[in-house]
Design a protein around this ligand. Structure first.
Ligand code: KG4
Ligand code: ZN
Length: 332
């Protein structure tokens, strides 16, 4: 095999994932083992439980990813792994595993930032091109940043309180829906009328592209206590999230002069948000770039994508690289 093959490993939260990506951009294998069933009863991810499950799953998940592409472990030429942000214990499992695999085979290792990797999921079906504006909305982050290169990231705005996905999850919980809340709200919203549930719009903070979702979350929860129909609340909540994402993104596009927007992270799996963002951008002659189907939420293909790109830019991580549960400001 002549192509350089990168093994990507992701264990930052409640998904154990491995993927194999070729330097030519071919995704040869990608496996995501979700722990949702394990955490559902608790209404959220329990860190210690997550770490223990990663430990059990990481070996089988890597083997399955290799088997998908008919690849032997000797064919791997590079290992990329999430070093943060995420849950400390969960990150450490993937990091230790990746280090051991790479060290034993004398392979280079590249540690990557999970949030920057989410944006690079959009480069799984088109070659990376910098600079690009990225909006990453997930369970832990809602960030707008300019990708100036694989290692050069300029943060333009972020949520000052809840992440968008977190707000989806919490509103879903108060509507009696399961975890994760995003897909459940999206389904329910299809039967609702946003006009029947008045929700506030958060104005831009002065001189800032920051987001805020906690007020919106509380307002939605209050409407529920007042007896409004869950379907209408779900529809209105989604519409209000869209308004805020678009308002900030539109301003960032104007400020940076970028001609396209990457929309990634778990929340970008939402069909309604994708469609409305796509329409809004198209009306301005701009383009929307989203991850391929199934690669908005946590996966290891995005880790391999960013790892390979950083490797080509000269990145080599040291063996004593540690997990970084909180990486702010951005360190790709
Ligand atoms: O990126 P991700 O898998 O993990 C983090 O890095 O946080 O994102 C998970 C988040 C959860 O909050 C989940 O509710 C949300 O993404 N999500 C969605 C949808 N699918 C997942 N939010 C809105 N609509 C969806 N269809
Ligand atoms: Zn994520």
């Amino acid at each position: 095999m002549n192509d350089l093959l990168c093994l990507g490993i992701e264990t930052s939260c409640d998904e154990t994932a491995a993927a194999v990506l070729g330097r030519d951009g071919r995704l040869l294998g990608s496996v995501v083992a979700s722990q949702i069933d394990l955490h559902e009863a608790f209404g959220g991810v329990v860190p210690e439980v997550a770490a223990r499950r990663h430990l059990e799953r990481i070996g089988p998940v890597v083997r399955e990813a290799l088997a998908q592409g008919g690849i032997r472990s000797e064919d791997i030429g590079l290992v990329a792994v999430t070093r943060g942000p995420g849950l400390a214990g969960a990150l450490m499992v993937g990091l230790s595993w990746a280090k051991a695999f790479a060290f034993a085979r004398g392979l280079p290792l590249v540690g990557v930032n999970h949030v920057v990797a989410h944006a690079h999921a959009a480069y799984l079906h088109t070659a990376p091109r910098y600079p690009d504006l990225a909006l990453v909305a997930s369970g832990g982050h809602t960030d707008l940043f300019l990708l100036e290169g694989p290692r050069e990231v300029r943060v333009l705005g972020r949520s000052r309180d809840d992440a968008a996905g977190e707000a989806f999850d919490k509103v879903a919980r108060s509507l009696g829906l399961g975890y994760p809340g995003g897909p459940a709200i999206e389904r329910l919203a299809q039967q609702g009328d946003p006009g029947r549930a008045p929700l506030p719009r958060v104005g831009l903070f002065r001189d800032s592209l920051d987001f805020s979702f906690s007020g919106l979350k509380t307002a939605a929860q209050t409407l529920r206590r007042q007896g409004l129909v869950p379907q209408d609340i779900a529809a209105a909540f989604q519409a209000a999230v869209f308004d805020q994402l678009w308002e900030r993104s539109a301003l960032a596009l104007r400020q940076t002069g970028c001609r396209r927007l990457i929309f990634a992270g778990g929340v970008s799996a939402n069909g309604y948000l994708r469609e409305r963002l796509g329409d809004a951008l198209r009306r301005q002659g701009l383009a929307l770039l989203v991850p391929p189907m199934g690669h908005s939420t946590d996966n290891a293909a995005m880790i391999a994508r960013l790892g390979l790109t950083m490797y080509e830019a000269g990145e080599r991580s040291p063996w004593d690289m540690g997990a970084e549960p909180v990486i702010h400001p951005f360190k790709p």
